[in-house]
Design a protein around this ligand. Structure first.
Ligand code: LLP
Length: 422
């Protein structure tokens, strides 16, 4: 469900005509719907009404401060994977005791910042990280609340680049070593064991892999308790897929919640979730203008002003995004290959896409671009990061400005040379 609908044939974001936005802001730009963001977090929350979990929104999916502010207003905490994301979450007013810190490569500096903020939990992914965290915590005179992220060796997720729960993936501690690591953690001065964490991948469109992973984790919780550890929390990660307009129809949060209720309720743990895409994915679109229609030797290219640097998902993961004309023209649909201006063959959003006839200057919308869109953008080809716009009812705000050339090159001007002693 989202709030991007047609009125008199023209695409609107809530009550705002997307053509008007394009004129006011300039293309390309990302556009988010306030109502959709709020709706998605409520749907997730309502699905778990009885369990009252901590919904630690996965900041990596869309870290814009205005988005974080909305989600904080709706009761979300945050799942962060860097010092920068931690700072964003805190700046958006998310309470530290609603923040969990994930990721395989936390630095000591990041650990210290998170410990000083007194975050809720560290999801630890290796023995080396455990030792470092204990040292940093002990030096600050505190104990770090720790859950190990365990690798349940379950295949899941739409694409090999976003699957994280198989034994060969870099994520999580190996299943067989989990109990020994908990034992080790129990003996360290700077560590307080609080729970178990698992995250098996992203854009997962069926329940079975979740079920396999969560059953295994529930068994582990029982074993760890048998070993004498106080396992009070279970962090089940994110990963629930969204409909992108292609074949896959992911389970509804209510079905996902019922599965988890069945597995987790008997354990009597506090639940934590780290949803990202499910909250922001369908709450955003990317709006772009057609620069040229080029009749190539074998395909008809629609050259648009957004490139792979603005939305890399199709190039990187072969991801499908529905692409819609903002104001469709009359006439028989044609097949288009939709490409950007970046000087790479991979700068292609779609092949053989059927669209109404398109002309120079027409607007197109890439749907479901709210997650892993703006956050994965780069300035490749010296193209400035594109603006992000938030719509709420009949109003809109630019929530990230388009940088001018000076701010793009500012950090490169006036290099400071120093002598490096041999
Ligand atoms: N928790 C952890 C530890 C994660 O690594 C992730 C995503 C999430 C939660 C949130 O997962 P979600 O609910 O959004 O599926 N850039 C890729 C997706 C990368 C996902 C990375 N980790 C894409 O555009 O499809």
């Amino acid at each position: 469900m989202h709030h991007f609908e047609r009125r008199d044939g023209v695409l609107h974001a809530e009550d705002v005509n997307v053509e008007t936005l394009a004129e006011r802001v300039g293309t390309p730009f990302y556009c988010y719907s306030d109502a959709t963001l709020r709706r998605h977090i409520r749907v997730f929350h309502d699905a778990f009404r009885d369990a009252r979990p901590l919904i630690a929104y996965s900041v990596k999916a869309n870290s814009n401060l205005s988005v974080l502010n909305i989600l904080r207003e709706e009761g979300a905490g945050a799942d962060v994977v860097s010092g920068g994301e931690l700072q964003r979450a805190l700046e958006a007013g998310i309470a530290p005791d609603r923040i969990v810190f994930s990721g395989v490569g936390k630095t000591r500096r990041e650990m210290a910042a998170a410990l000083r903020s007194r975050i809720h939990q560290f999801n630890v992914e290796s023995e080396g990280e455990l030792a470092a965290l204990s040292e940093v915590a002990a030096s600050l005179g505190v104990r770090a609340p720790v859950a190990f992220r365990v690798n349940p060796d379950v295949a899941a997720g739409g694409h090999e680049k976003i699957s994280t729960g198989k034994a060969e993936d870099k994520f999580g501690v190996p299943w067989r070593e989990a109990r020994a690591l908990y034992r080790k953690a129990g003996s360290l001065p700077g560590i307080a064991i609080v729970g178990v964490d698992v995250h098996i991948g992203s854009q997962i469109s069926e329940l079975a892999p979740f079920e396999r992973a969560f059953e295994r984790v529930a068994a582990l919780v029982r074993e760890l308790r048998g070993d004498g550890h106080a396992i009070e929390r279970l962090d089940l990660g994110g990963g629930l897929g969204i409909p992108y307009g292609d074949a896959a129809t992911p389970p509804h949060p209510v079905e996902y919640a019922a599965l988890i209720e069945r597995i987790a309720k008997p354990l009597g743990v506090d639940l934590i979730f780290e949803p990202g895409r499910m909250i922001v994915g369908n709450a955003g679109i990317l709006v772009s203008r057609v620069l040229y229609v080029k009749e190539g030797a074998s395909s008809r290219f629609l050259i648009v002003d957004a490139g792979m640097n603005d939305l890399i998902r199709p190039a990187l993961y072969d991801a499908y995004h529905a692409i819609e004309p903002v104001r469709p023209r009359d006439g028989a649909p044609l097949l288009y290959e939709i490409v950007g201006p970046v000087c790479e063959t991979g700068d292609r959003f779609a092949r053989g896409r059927r669209l109404p006839p398109m002309q120079e200057g027409d607007l197109v919308a890439f749907m479901s671009a709210g997650a892993y869109g703006a956050v994965q953008a780069s300035e490749y080809n010296s193209r400035p990061l594109i603006p992000e716009v938030l719509v709420s009812g009949r109003r809109f705000a630019v929530i990230r400005r388009r940088p001018d050339f000076d701010s793009m090159v500012e950090r490169e001007r006036s290099p400071i040379w120093s002598e490096a002693k041999a």
